[in-house]
Design a protein around this ligand. Structure first.
Ligand SMILES: [Zn+2]
Length: 104
C-alpha cells in the first residue's frame, strides 16, 4: 500500500466546516465511503449523508424541499441517519433514514 492510500482514511475522518446545504447554518462534516460521501452534523438538521458532489445540488433545491428534508432528518430515530439521493434533479431527489452503522 502506498503512503497516499494509507493516509486517506485518516484524512476522511477529520472534521471539516461547511455550511449546511439544507439550512445554511454553520455545520461540520466528515468524509466517509473512501471520501465519496459526506456525513454532515448540523444543529438544525441532525445527521445526514450524501454524495460529496450532491452538496451543491442540495443547496440549490427549493427552500420548501430543503425544509422537508431537514424535518425528515430530525424525525429519524437516534441510531439512524438520513441518506439524501439524486439531489441533482428536483423531480428525483429522495431521502430516507438508514442505520447510522451503515455510514460510519
Ligand atoms: Zn442544517
Amino acid at each position: 500500500m502506498s503512503l497516499a492510500e494509507d493516509a486517506k482514511p485518516i484524512m476522511d475522518l477529520i472534521e471539516q466546516k461547511q455550511n449546511c446545504p439544507l439550512c445554511e447554518h454553520s455545520a461540520k462534516f466528515i468524509g466517509i465511503d473512501s471520501g465519496r460521501k459526506k456525513k454532515f452534523y448540523c444543529t438544525n438538521c441532525k445527521v445526514f449523508v450524501t454524495h460529496k458532489d450532491s452538496v451543491e445540488d442540495i443547496a440549490k433545491l427549493p427552500k420548501t424541499i430543503r425544509e422537508a428534508i431537514s424535518k425528515a432528518s430530525n424525525q429519524c430515530a437516534n441510531d439512524m441517519v438520513l441518506l439524501i439521493l439524486d439531489a441533482q434533479d428536483v423531480r428525483k431527489v429522495n431521502w430516507h433514514c438508514e442505520p447510522e452503522s451503515n455510514w460510519s
